[in-house]
Design a protein around this ligand. Structure first.
Ligand code: ATP
Length: 408
């Protein structure tokens, strides 16, 4: 008997909804593409490249547009004998200094076996090795540094690299840096000299609105999803949810993919609105769980205090009231409680993680105060808590209160 049966009634090419898929077509970014092409034009003309800094929230097409344009650029400059273009791409996520980025670049350029160790050299020595490798390639070299904000304030490379020719560290190679970031604060905190060089051309990618997301989904669904396997209105619904939350194409695509998987598992013939609802709550739960893995015990207890208030329909509520609830939970779990100010800090962290939202209330002579509520569905939050806390009977009570109040 077969254990595995092929299921392809919903998806035609599921990989086309995945992270590694590179679309042949970019939707809704004509203006940004035009500006980007303009910034890349010196490469085609044989001059020194501009340094480009690209920023925008997560999932708004920064990487997709960059990959798409650099592929086209490489194809098109092949027609000109005097332009010899190389593109080196590096994701800096786990690299948090200029030193580490430089080591990684050197090792990317060296043949296997010739890598240098990631510690033990003076920074200038590593930079020198990098210049040697770049000189060996020669021609025009574009270095794409994705998630460049990870480099933090140890940003010397971002200053040195674009100026290497002017400082006689490079002779024949013409280097341009393309920095990509979704951290808006990063640009501000850069050393002013780095700002001037790296941000020679700045491109900002705004979040997508619902009609834009719907177009992106439509063009991807054509490739990824079998004919007639999406109910009318489903793409519109995915687009509306993602637009309301983040304006991220990644979020919209993730929703559609997961909704398709749920439809498949339920042996449905097509993806329906219900499947999208189920996908949304699962993704939200994953987001909360991911955020909560980072939390300390007290962060979790502070969150559970808000959840408990939400079950009683008492949110948004003030820090003081959350604090009282928190103390009760600490007592039940036999944990020593923190001072109110520390709990307030935990609430701020939860807000940064997108798990809580906060409102600032003005109260005249007594100054302003914050009140908090859940920014994720109640069910997702409490589900995630059950996995991380050993407060089973308290959580059960909160669930019962919520169900009496029809809180979901
Ligand atoms: N305009 C678009 N047309 C087609 N697909 C798009 C478009 N914008 C984004 N996508 C798709 O959405 C997903 C996320 O896009 P991308 O990785 O480019 O976002 P990003 O802005 O680089 O995000 P991050 O900052 O998180 O890396 C990818 O699968 C990408 O192919």
């Amino acid at each position: 008997m077969r254990r595995f049966e092929r299921k392809q009634n919903i998806f035609r090419n599921k990989d086309a909804l995945g992270e590694s898929y590179q679309p042949d077509q970019i939707e809704e970014r004509d203006e940004e593409i035009e500006e980007y092409m303009d910034a890349l034009q010196p490469v085609v003309d044989g001059w020194e490249p501009n340094n480009i800094f690209l920023y925008g929230n997560t999932g708004v097409g920064k990487t997709a547009v960059t990959d798409y344009l650099l592929d086209r650029l490489q194809d098109d400059v092949a027609d000109y004998d005097d332009v010899n273009l190389s593109v080196i791409s590096l994701n800096c996520k786990t690299l948090n200094s200029s030193y580490q980025v430089a080591v990684e670049l050197v090792n990317k350029l060296r043949p296997a076996g010739g890598e240098i160790s990631s510690t033990g050299y003076p920074q200038q020595t590593v930079f020198k090795k990098l210049y040697e490798e770049l000189e060996a390639i020669g021609g025009t070299i574009l270095i794409v540094l994705d998630e460049v904000d990870s480099i933090g304030d140890r940003d010397e490379l971002l200053y040195e690299l674009p100026r290497a020719r002017a400082n006689n560290n490079l002779d024949s190679a013409k280097v341009g840096v393309i920095g990509i970031s979704n951290d808006f604060k990063f640009r501000e905190q850069l050393d002013p000299r780095v700002q001037d060089t790296l941000c020679e051309r700045e491109l900002q990618f705004p979040p997508y609105d619902a009609p834009e997301l719907e177009n992106i989904l439509e063009s991807r669904a054509e490739i990824a999803i079998a004919e007639d396997a999406v109910e009318q209105g489903v793409l519109n619904f995915c687009a509306a949810l993602a637009a309301r939350d983040s304006g991220s194409a990644r979020q919209a695509l993730d929703l559609l993919r997961l909704a398709g998987e749920i439809a498949e598992n339920r042996e449905a013939d097509l993806i329906e609105r219900d499947h999208v609802e189920a996908a949304r709550s699962r993704l939200e739960q994953e987001r909360v769980e991911e955020g909560m893995r980072e939390l300390t015990t007290h962060g979790r207890l502070a969150l559970l205090a808000v959840i408990s208030k939400a079950a009683k329909e008492e949110t948004p509520c003030r820090t003081r009231e959350i604090y009282e609830e928190y103390i009760t939970l600490c007592d039940s779990s036999g944990t020593d409680s923190l001072a109110q100010r520390s709990v307030h800090n935990h609430l701020s962290d939860l807000r940064m993680l997108g798990i809580l939202s906060a409102y600032e209330n003005r109260s005249g002579s007594r100054g302003n105060y914050y009140s908090y509520e859940l920014d994720v569905p109640f069910t997702s939050a409490i589900e995630a808590m059950s996995d991380v806390l050993r407060l089973d009977s308290e959580i059960e009570t909160i669930r019962e209160i919520a169900s009496m109040n029809n809180v979901a």
